[in-house]
Design a protein around this ligand. Structure first.
Ligand SMILES: [Zn+2]
Length: 116
């Protein structure tokens, strides 16, 4: 990419970052449990049906690991935030890569100018 292309790409990245919406780190997992109630279907010897799914969000932030249960209505909004967070990381990586490339392109151009 030349300098103008790099700058256009950077402007596009900035727009995407601004329109990202809420973010949250982590991953969502499904849990199925067995209870302590005698004779419950979750312990049926032939066809056990465990309780669930229960949704759990696990994440590490600021050096601290956390796990939280999510109510069913919280699952989809959290999936979106987790996806946004992943996208944010991708955009940030690309932004930094572009910064490095831009610096290189600008130095190359300055060198050409000095050579004239
Ligand atoms: Zn049970």
């Amino acid at each position: 990419m030349n300098l103008a292309q790099l700058q256009r790409r950077l402007a596009s990245l900035q727009q995407q970052l601004l329109s990202l919406g809420p973010v949250h780190p982590g991953s969502i997992s499904e849990q199925y449990n067995v209870c302590g109630q005698p004779g419950c279907h979750c312990k049926d010897p032939k066809k056990p049906q465990k309780h669930g799914p229960y949704y759990q969000l696990s994440f590490t932030w600021g050096g601290k690991s956390s796990t939280r249960f999510l109510r069913p209505e919280q699952v989809e909004p959290m999936r979106q935030k987790v996806a946004n967070y992943k996208r944010l990381r991708e955009l940030m990586n690309e932004w930094v890569s572009l910064g490095v490339e831009l610096e290189r392109a600008e130095r190359a151009r300055a060198k050409e100018r000095d050579g004239d």
